[in-house]
Design a protein around this ligand. Structure first.
Ligand code: ZN
Length: 371
């Protein structure tokens, strides 16, 4: 039987200090050339080992081979000039120096496919791979060519689809698209954002996820969160459209946030990766706190559709804190799984007492099917 409540992370894990300066985003590499290639692979092995040691069920590369979840993908595309940088306002909240689209965009060669193949060789567990979503890519750029966010996002969706198909071929079980921009530009999400995501997953048979969060635990994000009031209802704007979409799973920030859990009712029936670890604090959750968040989510998400996860990536945290948070996630999920298994056991015993023939018939039916 499939394991209940399989755990995973939203994506990034801290990099070792010999590879990049710790606890910062866009941290420059410390190695070069062949040493860098080897170093990234070694870091991927360590990130995998740490997830396995913590008992994480669906593992990832910890994003060890990329400097940033959006820019590293974009760097591999043609049509983008990395020398020509502009300072723009991203996510409608902070300034960042970003590259410029100067011509038609295309993907001359695979971006992460070799890394994914390497990860596949290292483990038998289910693997998840994160890619930036089309809208978030457009929102992390300056565009001097298409002059239309929608037109550029559609081009990116086609490119992401090429990459996603090859990742699936390489043995990736779950492909995730990171769309923090979905929490900001609601009209665009409904007009074209979800359609672009559906373009990106066209023809895939593996599981697909969209990750929508309130961002890494950096100051610009925590300042923004402070302005959002006592109830964060951003998800309400995009859930109805997502529920109807072909995206299989939705990954959300649920722990320590002001998101009212009842909003999950709007996506009932979807598989949900429930963020039960806060990535914006160094305080380690207790297993009971993790279980409490997951238990609350169970009111709106069927147990077999609930995937315990982190609120967002853990790249800016220290390695020690990130490891302890992985342990907390596993321990919290274990607690709730035991509760559910005990409750199910009690329920089937009760059914057997009340309807012995019905259960007997079911059992015989099963035997019949198997023989
Ligand atoms: Zn996130």
């Amino acid at each position: 039987m499939k394991k209940l409540l399989p755990t995973s992370t939203a994506g990034s894990l801290p990099k070792p200090s010999w590879l990049a300066e710790p606890e910062r985003l866009w941290s420059p590499w410390k190695l070069q050339g062949e040493e860098l290639v080897d170093g990234k692979r070694d870091a991927l092995r360590v990130a995998l080992q740490e997830q396995e040691a913590a008992g994480i069920d669906i593992v990832s590369d910890g994003e060890q081979t990329r400097q940033h979840f959006v820019t590293t993908f974009i760097e591999h595309l043609e049509g983008v000039d990395f020398e020509r940088r502009e300072t723009v306002r991203i996510r409608d909240r902070y300034e960042a120096s970003v590259p410029t689209v100067v011509g038609p965009v295309s993907r001359p060669r695979p971006v992460f496919v070799e890394d994914a193949r390497f990860l596949r060789q290292q483990t038998d567990q289910a693997i998840k791979w994160a890619l930036p979503g089309p809208m978030t890519m457009v929102d992390t750029l300056s565009d001097a060519h298409y002059k239309s966010r929608q037109a550029l996002a559609w081009e990116f969706a086609g490119i992401l689809n090429q990459e996603a198909r090859e990742l699936e071929q390489a043995g990736v079980d779950i492909i995730q698209f990171d769309e923090p921009a979905f929490n900001v530009f609601f009209d665009e999400v409904n007009e074209w954002g979800v359609a672009c995501l559906e373009r990106a997953i066209e023809g895939l048979t593996c599981e697909t996820v969209v990750h929508i969060c309130y961002g890494y635990g950096i100051k610009a994000n925590t300042d923004w969160k402070a302005t959002l009031g006592s109830e964060w209802r951003q998800y309400e704007e995009v859930f109805p459209k997502l529920r109807q979409s072909k995206i299989g799973m939705i990954s959300l920030e649920c722990h320590n946030s002001q998101v009212p859990m009842e909003l999950l009712e709007l996506i009932r029936g979807k598989k949900v990766m429930v963020g039960a670890i806060d990535v914006a604090t160094e305080t380690i959750e207790t297993p009971e706190q993790v279980a409490a968040t997951l238990r609350e989510a169970l009111k709106y998400v069927e147990a077999d559709k609930l995937y315990p996860c982190t609120n967002c990536g853990m790249a800016p945290l220290s390695r020690e804190v990130a490891r302890a948070k992985l342990d907390a996630l596993t321990a919290g999920a274990d607690l709730l799984r035991e509760e559910l298994t005990a409750a199910r056991g009690a329920r089937s015993e009760k059914e057997l007492e009340q309807h012995p023939q019905a259960c007997d018939k079911q059992y015989k039916g099963k035997n019949l099917l198997q023989s």
